[in-house]
Design a protein around this ligand. Structure first.
Ligand code: NAD
Length: 340
């Protein structure tokens, strides 16, 4: 109904990309998805997500790495996207310790190619995924966007923080409206096999022991994927405008004084202990977990907690699905998908 805008979404065969593209298509967007179908985790899961999206004639997919020189510039030139959502990245905190180079290619060079493409063919709004890990060693809770976000503890977080600075400089120099998201531990159906919920569910169904870091006392602001998509969708139509000066930036807003750029947390604002997530899986599966309690892992932070007031003031919305309900929906999907 009514929409005739084109959205370019990178990482469209990824977990979040799949859900967001479905929403954009339902809202009438034409969507061009770019995804290399990287083998960081099971590419078959990515192919199946993409195949489901391709059922809709308004969706087109390009399966190339975004860091390919000129690839995105050519696509921006031919498709003239109105909005761009940049989700493609090498994700994962722990994997980045032993495999840093892939983070350089996908996250830094890939984002650079995207920014160059936007410089040549400016969209109305670019929205880029950063992470709660960008808050680094900060222990003040909840995390507010206006807090210092320094001292990143993993190379993944370091590259994501660098993309925030890169995007800011392009927003400033070339007047590109940019929203940076800081996502907080997103979970739900079609979720990522490298993340705890997926790994625990798989292991518990197989009768295996689960490795529980920080003795289960780690706190995470688990955010259900449909809630995250709702927030992202609302922000698509909320492009920042360059303020005339610092006085025009309201307290609590992370708007840049010198660019149409801001950073927005997308999180549930209700942190839970890892142990509570495990209890939710036990309930949903009807299986008791066998836990192998382990210390904190290098690169990890003990807790994350989003202040969602900026999101609320910009969109009138905050995520609300509780962990029990969200985990139940994930487990239902998992059993159906893997027929277990
Ligand atoms: P995902 O790994 O499922 O999705 C990323 C997609 O990008 C994958 O399909 C992958 O094939 C693709 N990709 C990777 N490198 C690429 C490249 N060089 N060129 C083209 N495609 C490439 O991860 P996700 O959970 O959907 O995350 C989406 C975004 O959100 C990422 O930027 C991630 O860093 C960020 N994020 C996710 C979470 C979370 O909890 N899921 C939390 C914070 C931030």
């Amino acid at each position: 109904m009514g929409e005739s805008r084109t959205a370019l979404v990178t990482g469209s065969a990824g977990f979040i990309g799949y859900h967001l593209v479905r929403r954009l298509l339902a809202d009438g967007f034409r969507v061009l998805g770019v995804d290399s179908l990287s083998d960081y985790y099971d590419p078959e899961l990515k192919r199946r997500r993409q195949a489901a999206l391709l059922q809709n004639a308004s969706f087109t997919a390009v399966n190339e790495p975004i860091e390919t020189p000129g690839l995105l510039a050519d696509l921006f030139g031919s498709e003239k996207p109105d909005i761009v959502v940049h989700l493609a990245a090498q994700a994962g905190v722990r994997y980045s310790i032993d495999n840093p180079r892939s983070y350089l290619d996908s996250n830094l060079v890939g984002t650079f190619e995207l920014l160059e493409a936007a410089r040549a063919h400016p969209p109305q709004h670019m929205l880029l995924a950063s992470t709660s890990s960008a808050y680094g060693a900060n222990t003040e809770m909840p995390y507010r966007e206006t807090m210092k976000a320094d001292h990143q503890m993993s190379f993944y977080a370091a590259t994501k923080k660098a993309t925030e600075a890169m995007a800011h400089s392009y927003a400033h120099l070339f007047d590109l409206p940019v929203t940076m998201f800081r996502f907080f531990t997103v979970y739900g159906p079609w979720g990522r096999p490298d993340m705890a919920l997926f790994k625990f569910t798989r292991a518990m169904l197989a009768g295996e022991t689960i490795d529980v870091y920080n003795h289960g006392e780690m706190m995470r602001d688990f955010t259900y994927v449909d809630d995250l998509v709702e927030a992202v969708r609302r922000l698509v139509d909320t492009a920042p405008i360059r303020p005339a000066g610092p006085d025009e930036v309201a307290p609590g807003d992370s708007l840049s004084p010198v660019a149409p750029w801001r950073v927005v947390n997308i999180g549930n604002s209700q942190p839970e202990q890892l142990g509570e997530m495990i209890a939710a899986i036990e309930d949903a599966l009807g299986i008791e977990a066998r836990r192998n309690l382990m210390p904190m892992q290098p690169g990890d932070v003990p807790a994350t907690w989003a202040d969602a007031e900026l999101l609320r003031s910009l969109t009138g919305y905050v995520p609300q699905t509780g962990i029990r309900e969200g985990v139940r929906r994930f487990v239902d999907w998992y059993r159906d998908y893997y027929e277990v």
